[in-house]
Each structure stands twice: as structure tokens, then as C-alpha cells.
Design a protein around this ligand. Structure first.
Ligand code: LMR
Ligand code: SF4
Length: 510
């Protein structure tokens, strides 16, 4: 098996950097569903561009390369320990070369292992089969969309949908609710895998396993095929849209599987995957470990790069250039829907930094400054200089308990992230004079190109993703989705999508 490690390394690299053709087709179709010039259409254009850049740069599509999860099938007689060892070595190497972000963190201390190895990482499931080849499938599912997974225990009651019974119609309600509760936070438009039955653990495993199905396959169980197509049609009427900006494309795929359950339990488990749906697989020669063929690569689908802006654009859009540090007056002039182009300095900060800043001083002056919710992929060159390899936004709502206070304490004028923030932050934006800017989640190559220079870094002890990187940026585009006048696009979309959800309360399946 002299080629085994190299083959797995190729699989990891391809999964992280090259979106599979069925997923590309779904993203292209979403763009066609949106009206030219809308925020959703423009975001999908950026996403398409990002997918092309990732393939060309052989760099991560999204900076969050997720929890590497392998499903391995081996012919009888193949030594699985050798495969496990090769997977671990390949993971460490892919991390060193920036194809994966160092993403394995000690749960108690927060210490990053630096090589993506540690208790429980990576996840590897083995199975034997009667075929001659080894099959290895890999999914890289990021943390933001993983946080939007949800499990329902039936019977229950759901906001907007009422009573949820232990039947197909109850399952229907759970799935619609799962899409609703994700809003834009899991980088919609998304894909969902659903597991009906099992116990709490096997239900989620079944849900995740559905994500290995092709986007365009048809469920062999007729009732579930019908449910899947109903969900596709209905969920796309919720109006959540790409990144939660509103729009016609909210869900790009729905796959439902079923397993037996205990009489007392009835779980519906939903695995939510962002548009950056990175999964791939290979068949290997069991003697040499060479790749015989790829599993999700039987055609070439180019991304649709036609411009999404139209002269008669539906949504009037103002473009404002911001140079950091930013004045209060400039911020007060911005309103929801404006596009800003940022030049100057910004500082990354996520969970570890926000919690630290609540109690401590900041090593740099943040007055008039910009905080970017981002955990980049970074590489150091021989001269010791850092370079940004991938740097899209992370889900901002995690910082909700801290953000308002930190904005005021340090005089911050703009916070960049994705998925929006809550009422506490909105109030602070209004009181202090600051804005929340939404960047396109997953567009890690697109944003990395705007990050011209790494000026410095603090808190490396938090690990690369959580450290505070000081970055010089040029032409960084984002959309004002929460302004200093009390307006929040996120609150509006959440409210209107709940109203739409409630329209689907009446029974559909017997
Ligand atoms: O960890 C990240 O960089 C992003 C994360 O996947 C998220 O969606 O919030
Ligand atoms: S940032 Fe968005 S695209 Fe990237 S892993 Fe998280 S949810 Fe997915």
C-alpha cells in the first residue's frame, strides 16, 4: 500500500478545494432562481467566484475545513489499522500545507493541537464489504452549519406549526422548522440530511450519512421521495435566501433516511450543511493504495460566472468606501442595504478574544476600528512572514453575550461577520454609533485576496483560528445588515420567514 497516504492526501486536498459537480450544479441553479441585482444574486456570484478561485489556488473553499469525517469500506483481509495510520498522517500533512485549518481543540483548555489530530479527531468509521476495492469517503462539514443541526423528539409542539405527531406529517413539520431555525447562520442556501428513528446518537449519524447521497438522486422509498420533493419546494418559499438576505433559494438539497426506533422514542435528526458542501470519495487499489477512480466526479460542471448585477436592479444599492479608523458621523450615515468597501486595518476576533476582552485590555487601539469575526487559515513562509490562505467570516451570534459591551468599551465602529446578531448588539450599535456588516460566509478565497498584509498577531496562545490577527485590507466588500438606527435585516427576515412557516401548519401527509 505504498501509495495509500498520498491517495488520502489527494482526497483531502480535493475535498477541501474543489466543490463536487452535483453541488456546483445546485449552486448554479440557485443563482438562476434569484432576480438579477438582488443581494441574494450578488452573494451567489461571489460564491461562484470563490469556488473557481479555490480550485485555481488549490486552497480551501471555506477557511473552516470542519471535522474531517471518513467512511471507509474495506475488502475482507485488509488491515484497517494501516488505513487509520495513513489517514492521520495525511491529515497532519494537509494541515501543514494549509489545505486544512488546524481545527482540533482541547475541549477543556481550548488548546489547539495544531495538526488536526487529537481525541476524536478525525472521525473514522470502518465497515467491511464483499467488493475488491477500498472505498474512502470524506466530508468536511464546518462548525457553523454543524451548530445548526437539530434533533426533534416527537410528539412535540413547534412555534408556527403547532402540534407535531409521530407520523410522516410530523416529520414534515420538523424538517421545515429545521430549515427555518437555521436562518442564514449555517451559510444558506444549504443542504440537509435527515435521519428518522434510531436513538439520539444513531439518528444524527443517519442524518449525516444522508449527506453522502448525490444531490440529484431519488429516494428509493416512495413516501420519502415525495417528502423530499415537498420539502424542496416548500422550504424555498420561506424567503430566507442566501446568507439569510431574503430570496428564493434557501435549500439546495434534502435527503431523508429511516431506521427503526424504540417504542418510546421517535427522533427526527437533521444535519444542516452550508452551500460549501465539501464531500468526495475514492476507490483504491487494495494492493498499492492507488486511486482507481473518484466517486463524485463523473462530469465537469463549470460555475456560472455571469454578472448578477442589472442596470434596473430591483434593490437600490448605495456603495460607500470606508477607511479605517472610521468616524461616528460616517457610521451614522449608513443604513441597512448599503454596500461598504473597506480599506485600512481590521482585526480578527472570535470566541476566545471576545471573552478575554470582557475582563482585560486590548493590546491594540480599537477606537474607530473594525473587528472581523474570522478564524483564518495562515501559513508562515521561510522568512517568518505570515500569509492569509483563506479568511471568510464566522457566525457572529456566538459573540452576542459580549459584543455590545466590547463595542462600547473599546470604541469599535464596525463588526464584520455573518448570520447577524441579536437585540443586545443592535441596541449597542444604536447607542454607540456602530454597524454590523455581513460578509459572504464561506467565500474564504475571495476575502483572502483583499487581505493584503499581515501587520501582526496577538494571542497566538489561543491557536491560529482564535488569535487576534491585525490585517491590512483593500477593497473588502460587505453589506450593512444592522445599522445604528435600530434596523436589522436579520430580524426582518426571521419575522417574515416565521409568518411563511406558519402557512404550512395544515396537514399534508396522512
Ligand atoms: O469556524 C469558522 O471559521 C466558521 C464556522 O464554520 C461558521 O460557520 O461559523
Ligand atoms: S463559514 Fe459557512 S461555508 Fe464555512 S463552514 Fe461555516 S457554515 Fe460552512
Amino acid at each position: 500500500m505504498e501509495n495509500l497516504k498520498q491517495s488520502i492526501l489527494e482526497l483531502i486536498t480535493d475535498t477541501s478545494t474543489n466543490l463536487p459537480p452535483d453541488v456546483r450544479r445546485a449552486v448554479n441553479a440557485a443563482k438562476l432562481q434569484e432576480d438579477l441585482g438582488t443581494r441574494a444574486a450578488l452573494s451567489l456570484s461571489t460564491i461562484a467566484q470563490n469556488v473557481v478561485m479555490a480550485e485555481e489556488n488549490v486552497s480551501p473553499i471555506c477557511q473552516d475545513t470542519g471535522m474531517p469525517t471518513f467512511e471507509v469500506k474495506t475488502p475482507i483481509g485488509v488491515n484497517q489499522l494501516i488505513i487509520k495510520k495513513a489517514i492521520k498522517e495525511a491529515i497532519a500533512e494537509a494541515t501543514k500545507t494549509g489545505k486544512l485549518r488546524s481545527n482540533s481543540v482541547d475541549s477543556l483548555t481550548g488548546a489547539n493541537t495544531g495538526d488536526n489530530l487529537g481525541p476524536g479527531t478525525p472521525v473514522i468509521h470502518f465497515e467491511q464489504w464483499e467488493e475488491d476495492e477500498i472505498e474512502i469517503k470524506l466530508i468536511l462539514k464546518g462548525g457553523g452549519c454543524e451548530n445548526k443541526n437539530i434533533q426533534y423528539s416527537l410528539p412535540c409542539e413547534l412555534e408556527g406549526l403547532g402540534k407535531v405527531g409521530r407520523n410522516l406529517d410530523g416529520i414534515r413539520k420538523c424538517i421545515l422548522h429545521a430549515v427555518y431555525q437555521a436562518q442564514g447562520q449555517g451559510c444558506s442556501a444549504g443542504f440537509i440530511g435527515v435521519g428518522i428513528g434510531g436513538d439520539r446518537t444513531s439518528g444524527y449519524a443517519l442524518a449525516k450519512h444522508q449527506l453522502f447521497r448525490r444531490v440529484d438522486d431519488v429516494n428509493p422509498i416512495p413516501e420519502l421521495a415525495e417528502l423530499e420533493s415537498y420539502i424542496m419546494e416548500t422550504a424555498n418559499q420561506l424567503g430566507i435566501g442566501t446568507m439569510g438576505f431574503g430570496g428564493n433559494a434557501t435549500l439546495l438539497g434534502c435527503k431523508v433516511g429511516v431506521e427503526n426506533r424504540l417504542p418510546a422514542s421517535f427522533f427526527v435528526s437533521v444535519a444542516y450543511n452550508c452551500w460549501a458542501f465539501r464531500r468526495q470519495g475514492v476507490r483504491l487499489n487494495p494492493e498499492t493504495g492507488e486511486i482507481n477512480r473518484y466517486l463524485y466526479k463523473d462530469e465537469v460542471v463549470e460555475m456560472d460566472l455571469t454578472p448578477a448585477a442589472a442596470a434596473d436592479a430591483k434593490e437600490e444599492r448605495r456603495e460607500v468606501v470606508l477607511q479605517a479608523p472610521i468616524s461616528e458621523e460616517q457610521i451614522r450615515s449608513l443604513k441597512v442595504g448599503d454596500v461598504v468597501i473597506i480599506n485600512g486595518e481590521m482585526h480578527t476576533g472570535r470566541d476566545a478574544l471576545h471573552s478575554y476582552l470582557m475582563e482585560n485590555d486590548c493590546p491594540v487601539d480599537l477606537n474607530g476600528g473594525i473587528i472581523y469575526h474570522c478564524g483564518p487559515v495562515m501559513l508562515k513562509d521561510e522568512a517568518g512572514e505570515w500569509h492569509v490562505k483563506a479568511a471568510g467570516p464566522t457566525t457572529s451570534i456566538r459573540e452576542e453575550p459580549y459584543q455590545g459591551e466590547i463595542i462600547k468599551k473599546f470604541g469599535i465602529r464596525a463588526v464584520i461577520g455573518k448570520g447577524g446578531m441579536g437585540a443586545k448588539t443592535l441596541k449597542a450599535l444604536n447607542e454607540h454609533g456602530a454597524v454590523y456588516l455581513n460578509a459572504i460566509g464561506g467565500a474564504a478565497q475571495y476575502y483572502a485576496e483583499c487581505l493584503e498584509k499581515v501587520e501582526g498577531v496577538d494571542f497566538m496562545e489561543f491557536g491560529v483560528p482564535e488569535a487576534m490577527w491585525h490585517l491590512r485590507v483593500k477593497g473588502f466588500a460587505a453589506i450593512v445588515t444592522m445599522d445604528s438606527h435600530g434596523n436589522s435585516l436579520h430580524a426582518d427576515v426571521e419575522k417574515s420567514s416565521m409568518e411563511k412557516l406558519a402557512q404550512f401548519a395544515a396537514p399534508v401527509f396522512k
